[in-house]
Design a protein. Structure first.
Length: 255
């Protein structure tokens, strides 16, 4: 009896371990399928926002209720005047939401003043190869600051957070590596006095300057959707564990 009991213990232990691993892998597979459904719903929602007709810019009294979940990529149209204040450039190696942008360059961020005195930060578009060329960025942005009101159409975006490996900004060259328009406003004085800064910025769609620099344009969503492949991988691992246990158990029975 002792010999039989000693043989049963490893079988029972391995069986319990197999059940746990199958449960974990199968659970991860189901989770990936759920994430796939959620990702498809998000892509559909964002595409719907991008294709919608432009709305009026939310009033300042509504700003506190805005958030990325329900307002990111909302298409808006408004009239504002680019302020005669320092601009900022944000380094980019390309774009996940602009099909017409590739290669290194910078995004031109400028403060634009509304009729009520509040400030909307505008990403006026892409300037190729300007990370180390402040004079080129200044020339490109200078064409936009005419002192005249302009009707701007674009997409509401919300500030990013810097990652652990994100380089720090350079206040001297006004170069950032994160799209944090609120940090730019604090550093460059875009909201001095009683000027309210919107909690969002606007990715400009139109108008484009005659020179084409900076280069605004329409956005499109290209979110990674690898969840089905991940789910298949997890389910395959669960099946492999079952096969491994079956082979081992048969070997034990023969022994």
């Amino acid at each position: 009896m002792n010999g039989l009991s000693s043989r049963r213990r490893p079988v029972t232990g391995f069986a319990v371990f197999t059940l746990i691993m199958v449960g974990v892998f199968a659970g991860l597979g189901v989770w990936q399928l759920q994430r796939r459904v959620e990702k498809h719903a998000l892509i559909a929602k964002l595409n719907e926002r991008l294709a919608a007709a432009p709305e009026a810019l939310p009033a300042q009294t509504q700003w506190s209720s805005l958030n990325p979940a329900k307002d990111e990529f909302r298409r808006v149209s408004f009239t504002a005047t680019y302020a005669t204040l320092p601009d900022a450039m944000v380094y980019s190696a390309g774009s996940a939401v602009r099909d017409d942008v590739s290669g290194p360059g910078t995004w031109a961020f400028l403060p634009a003043q509304l009729a009520d005195g509040s400030v909307i930060v505008v990403n006026a578009g892409f300037v190729q190869n300007t990370m180390q060329d402040r004079s080129q960025q200044d020339r490109a942005v200078g064409r936009l600051v005419t002192g005249q009101p302009a009707t701007l159409t674009g997409y509401m975006r919300f500030p990013e957070s810097a990652g652990t490996l994100t380089p720090p900004e350079s206040a001297a060259t006004r170069l950032w590596f994160t799209r944090d328009h609120l940090a730019m406003a604090r550093t460059l004085g875009w909201g001095e006095g009683d000027k309210a800064i919107a909690p969002f910025y606007v990715d400009l769609e139109t108008p484009a300057p005659e020179s084409g620099i900076p280069k605004p344009g329409p956005l499109s969503v290209h979110l990674k959707d690898n969840h089905l492949q991940y789910a298949i991988t997890w389910f395959t691992l669960a099946f492999a564990v079952v096969i491994a246990f079956s082979v081992w158990w048969r070997a034990q029975r023969r022994a």
